[in-house]
Design a protein around this ligand. Structure first.
Ligand code: CTP
Length: 416
């Protein structure tokens, strides 16, 4: 895990209560610290039976708080009274894992240990990740407590279903660290520059069926598109991610629509952009598809096989026509994946595709373009501007593109 701009410099309180999943919270504290947050861990007495405070102290580099009565090390907090010092100025309180007992205390407003009293004193957003065994999550009491907390504005992360520590199968597992951090990002991003605005992002390489066993595709893995969608969530946008990428975990905070072919991506995009502020077409869309899809697997026979191909719809051109009629989407960003004549081809696409921004992407280098975590691009705009971004992470490029899109918010007139 590397630094995350949105998390960097934030003060997070991580409440840990007494579930076996407490061991996973050590990894969570570590990854949040690596992302740049100041992580102050508050443990209940039961949590300390599962994991030592020393583990959290080691990964967070901070004192760990647990005793309501002892004047513990202040750790630079704004007050010497632990729960006040912890709560004051915190950006977010995450309770992971939250046991049934902790949920009951929070819902009832109890204040008999440092975690519950801190939760009462804190005015920052509250994110709760329940974890428990044996069907306790389904008990009406637990459900009612969760509902109470939800109605009060707490963000509840639904537990996952699978094997529980007891050996039972069911709901109650604490989600993986990456999922928990996805929820933290979504909540920290609320109220960001793009809040209240719908953004549609496409990602991955489309697959064009040839027969029941085969498809024609390209080398795109969706990494840049997902990074852009994540940056948009960080900025508070309502993100619809239309993805043709195979085997990617869902992006927390996005409405995800899975598509396969250029045709199905086109249909999804045209439906979604009808009320969207922006479309970012990061997907590598196939330009051709087999003219006929064989009903049965094509058998090898001759030494060569001729496959007649036909053109797929050009999605950006269809969006351009829609936009001329309706005014939506208000902002369009295209990509140009080029292996030669990068700038000339990209400038041509900026004009022909009717986009506001065009991200020129040289895919000939091994450290940029498809299937790697880094990229190097030039962002072109309609006024002739060209902003070169040297080799960096796809996350950083995603953030820059989203900043540019947000800066257009003020410039584009509302349709109608
Ligand atoms: N694109 C699209 N529909 C297609 C093909 C591409 O909307 N059928 C979009 C891509 O998502 C990208 C932009 O158009 O944002 C440019 O894609 P690219 O593959 O670079 O160019 P093409 O338009 O396909 O032209 P060529 O392959 O000839 O370079």
């Amino acid at each position: 895990m590397t630094e995350i701009a949105l998390v960097n410099g934030k003060r997070l309180i991580l409440g840990v209560s007494g579930s076996i999943a407490a061991y996973k919270a050590v990894d969570l504290a570590s990854k949040l610290t690596q992302a740049g947050a100041q992580v102050d861990v508050v443990m209940t007495e039961a949590a300390q039976r599962f994991v030592s405070p020393l583990s959290f102290q080691a990964v967070s580099g901070r004192p760990v708080y647990s005793d309501m009565w002892r004047a513990e090390e202040r750790g630079g907090l704004p007050s010497h009274i632990a729960h006040i010092g912890l709560a004051e100025g915190a950006n977010l309180l995450l309770i992971a894992p939250a046991t049934a007992n902790t949920l009951a205390k929070l819902a009832g407003g109890f204040a008999d240990d440092l975690l519950s009293v801190t939760a009462l004193a804190a005015s920052c957003p509250l994110v709760i990740a329940p974890a428990m065994d044996g069907g306790m999550i389904e008990h009406p009491a637990t459900r009612a407590n969760l509902e109470t907390l939800r109605q009060r504005g707490a963000h509840i992360i639904e537990p996952e279903t699978g094997r529980l520590a007891s050996g039972l199968m069911g709901s109650g597992r604490l989600p993986e660290t990456a999922t928990l951090i996805g929820h933290v990002r979504r909540v920290l991003g609320l109220g960001g520059a793009l809040s209240g605005h719908k953004l549609v992002v496409t990602a991955g390489g489309t697959r064009e069926a040839l027969d029941p066993a085969r498809a024609i595709s390209n080398r795109s893995t969706g990494k840049q598109g997902y990074a852009i969608a994540q940056a948009a969530i960080d900025a508070g946008a309502d993100v619809v991610l239309i993805t043709a990428a195979a085997d990617r975990p869902p992006l927390v905070g996005a409405t995800q629509l899975k598509v396969e072919s250029a045709e199905s991506m086109s249909a999804a995009v045209l439906t979604q952009v009808a009320d969207a502020f922006a479309l970012i077409m990061a997907a590598a869309v196939a330009d051709y598809r087999p003219r006929d899809i064989a009903a049965q697997k094509i058998k090898k026979s001759n030494s060569a096989l001729n496959l007649p191909l036909e053109r797929t719809p050009d999605i950006l051109l269809a969006v351009k026509a829609e936009r001329e009629k309706t005014g939506y989407p208000m902002v369009v960003v295209g990509f140009a994946a080029e292996s030669e004549n990068l700038m000339a081809n990209a400038r041509g696409k900026l004009r022909s595709k009717g986009v506001d921004l065009l991200v020129a992407n040289d895919i000939s280098a091994g450290d940029a373009g498809f299937a790697v975590d880094t990229n190097r691009v030039v962002v072109l705009d309609k006024d002739g501007g060209a902003h070169k971004i040297n080799l960096t992470s796809k996350a950083a490029i995603g953030a820059t593109i989203i900043e540019r899109v947000a800066s257009l918010l003020a410039c584009v007139p509302s349709p109608g």
